[in-house]
Design a protein around this ligand. Sequence first.
Ligand code: CU
Length: 157
Amino acid sequence: MKSAKSAVYSVFAGLVLGLSSITPVAADGIADKVTVTDPYVRAIPPVVKTTAAFMQLRSSDAVERFVVDASSPAASAVELHMHTMDDGVMRMRRIVHIHLPPDQTVSLEPGGLHIMLFDLTAPIAPGDRIPITLTFDDGSTREISAEVRTVESMMKH
Ligand SMILES: [Cu+2]
């Protein structure tokens, strides 16, 4: 069992090495170097059609990387967002990417970075799982499953 497993690994390693020696575009992308921890979506009343997703991201790549897009079959539109304070008023704005510095945990959390889900295709309830696909700056993608949870108001301090 153990030797069969290591044999598989060495075949796989050989395959990856073989591929990378042929093409500079490696078989694996940034998506494979990013750890996604505790993804969740804010529960909302059924009449509300817009919500947000939060999670922690950590990239092990040697250089700074970016999340450049997100999508979900549960929403008609998905945008990367940031909250900012404008003269004491909390506002949010769309951003073009989320920075992922090497080996740093980046928190998407209420009141800060988040992934906005617009015009939900169906009502969501706590415990549901929402698939979200993240796209990174090299074009690689990662699908995550975010649990719907009740979250305190974003405006609460
Ligand atoms: Cu937003």
